[in-house]
Design a protein around this ligand. Structure first.
Ligand code: GAR
Length: 189
């Protein structure tokens, strides 16, 4: 069974959803480890509550991105990880790291990439008054929120939407498509 590492930085709701689906055998994989680059985040509490091994690699303790990514890579090797799932991991990875894990590193982004990359995609799309937005799951390459798309799903921005209702609908869509995309990757499709 393929071993998955989840990389997180915040609330961890996508990670929690995916681990629950692994436990429910809707995703045929093993949750090997959850790694956060920030101490004290909700994602770590959630992973621990689900009984999954957690590791904090505080990026502030490392001199630069290369040193941090080296520590990350060592941790992934130690846990014999096959696939790395970024789930709200808000840190740019170095080219060396991305190349090493080519084809095994996936990310979810709350917009229809290539539109609205970056850390505030839902608000950026809202401020741009788009009529539709959505969610993208993609392989990670050396750019920020770029790389081949695995799955993408659109939603319409409704006339009575607020930023909050739009955010909630985007997150619900994430919880649907990230498991589907991960299953596609696991099955080699
Ligand atoms: C998710 O909406 C994810 O798409 C987004 O961060 C949120 C993390 O929430 N990622 C990005 O914006 C990546 N550029 P979560 O920690 O509750 O899963």
């Amino acid at each position: 069974m393929k071993r998955i590492a989840f990389l997180v930085s915040g609330s961890g709701t996508n990670m929690e959803n995916l681990i629950k689906r692994i436990k429910a055998e809707e995703i045929c994989a093993e949750a090997a480890v959850v790694i956060s680059n920030k101490p004290g985040v909700k994602a770590i509490e959630k992973a621990a509550a689900l009984g999954v091994k957690t590791v904090v690699i505080d990026h502030k303790a490392y001199a630069d991105r290369t040193a941090f990514d080296q520590a990350l890579s060592e941790c992934l090797e130690k846990h014999r990880v096959d696939i790395i799932v970024l789930a709200g991991f808000m840190r740019i990875l170095t080219e060396g790291f991305v190349k090493k894990y080519h084809g095994r590193l996936i990310n979810i982004h709350p917009a229809l990439l290539p539109a609205f990359p970056g850390a505030h995609a839902i608000k950026d799309a809202w401020d741009a008054k788009v009529k539709e937005t959505g969610v993208t799951v993609h392989f990670v390459d050396t750019g920020v929120d770029t790389g081949p798309v695995i799955l993408q799903r659109k939603i319409r921005v409704l006339p009575d939407d607020t930023l909050e209702t739009l955010e909630a609908r985007i997150h619900s869509l994430e919880y649907e498509i990230y498991p589907q995309a991960l299953n596609l990757v696991l099955s080699g499709k």
